[in-house]
Design a binder for this molecule. Structure first.
Ligand code: G6P
Length: 362
């Protein structure tokens, strides 16, 4: 049962449904009701004098890096997410007091290890956020931070993204607290309380999701555009990646404000816009409506009562928790949307064509 698919048709579905458990393991002993997170494995000297952070990853892990970078920037710590495959060509040597964070589920991705080794040669502090104990990344980095999500069999990452994002949320708070002059994200006490309750919120989403009905309704369209802003943008990008990986349908994810700078030319009544709306008053709603005027249906991924919902053609609901947690719950809805589309199309969900769980060549 533990290693098999159990009652589920695919490992991916099993892994989506195991997120309440895997997230509990990720946060165990690390969150203490509203207090500063305790990352037991991180040395005070690694946190001292951090002025900027580089987060590097590939595929889904890059999207987790984007999520972490957005949170760090919101907390006043300068941060950049960089695609591991672009690190050597696009990134100069780091200034002193830069913290390097490799984000890698397997800890074996060649592009990410290449960037990590280079950071080490540059003499900056390195952390590896990884799932696999004693993986190569864990051994190279000075500080391994384990997400404890358990083995992931499905090639398309699901539970490990959620755990990486939570781990990076905790890390961003710890780095911000240690950095001079940095503040914290909005309403940090509520964030910690809601993170502690995230496993229950995920249960709620899993038990009530309309993703299967939405998937069936929109299947067969020409393309699917996922949009969001800030951390919502990283979730939109991850939603689109998951969708293309397992459905083989065309999907793109981008910042909502970019729709008007190009992609709008592709918008028709056959291009649903999946809008991740996790904050109230955000421009994503307006951006989505500009596409709706051109005939595109909107699928709002938002809490009930959010202004996006009354404008949308379909709704995937998330509990009304802290916006950071809403984004993680929106991601769970998008996992289910991709899964149900791919299942209806009869795709090889656990082993999509041409893809590998871990890519150990550059
Ligand atoms: C491959 C997998 C992706 C994964 C990426 C990074 O491309 O198909 O699902 O996100 O590698 O893997 P890592 O183990 O470094 O997180």
């Amino acid at each position: 049962e533990e290693t098999g698919k159990g009652q589920y048709e695919h490992f991916m579905l099993k892994e989506i449904f195991s997120q309440p458990t895997s997230l509990k393991k990720t946060i165990e002993g690390r969150i203490d009701s509203g207090a500063e997170p305790a990352l037991e494995d991180i040395d005070a000297s690694t946190l001292a004098d951090v002025e900027r952070v580089r987060l590097v990853g590939s595929g889904t892990s890059y999207h987790a890096a984007l999520f972490g970078a957005a949170l760090l920037n919101q907390s006043g710590v300068s941060a950049r997410a960089i695609r591991a495959s672009e690190y050597d060509v696009n990134t100069g040597d780091p200034e002193p007091n830069t913290l390097f964070v490799a984000v890698t589920q397997s800890g074996e991705t060649a592009d990410t290890l290449g960037a990590l080794r280079r950071a080490k040669r540059n003499g900056i502090d390195t952390i590896a956020v990884t799932n696999v104990v004693q993986s190569t990344a864990a051994r190279i980095a000075e500080t391994p931070l384990y997400i404890r999500a358990g083995p992931e069999i499905g090639v398309a990452a699901t539970k490990t993204f959620s755990s990486q994002a939570v781990m990076l949320t905790l890390l961003s708070q710890v780095v911000a607290d240690a950095a001079d002059g940095a503040s914290t994200v909005d309403d940090v006490e509520r964030l910690m309380t809601d993170l502690e309750r995230l496993p229950e919120s995920v249960e709620e989403v899993l038990a009530s999701s309309d993703a299967e009905a939405v998937a069936t309704h929109y299947l067969g369209k020409d393309a699917f555009f996922f949009i969001g802003r800030g951390i919502g943008c990283s979730v939109a990008k991850e939603g689109a990646l998951k969708f293309k990986e397992i459905t083989y349908e065309h999907a793109e994810g981008f910042a909502s404000g970019e729709l008007k700078h190009g992609p709008l030319a592709l918008v028709t009544e056959d291009t649903p816009i999946v809008a991740v709306c996790t904050r109230s008053g955000e421009r994503t709603v307006k951006n989505a409506m500009e596409a709706q005027t051109r005939g595109a249906p909107i699928v709002a991924v938002a809490p009930a009562g959010h202004e996006a919902v009354s404008e949308a053609d379909a709704h995937l609901s998330v509990p009304d928790v802290h916006p950071v947690c809403r984004s993680l719950l929106a991601n769970v809805q998008l996992q289910l949307l991709s899964y149900h589309c791919a299942a209806t199309l009869g795709r090889a969900i656990d082993k999509p064509r041409n893809l590998a769980k871990s890519v150990t060549v550059e």
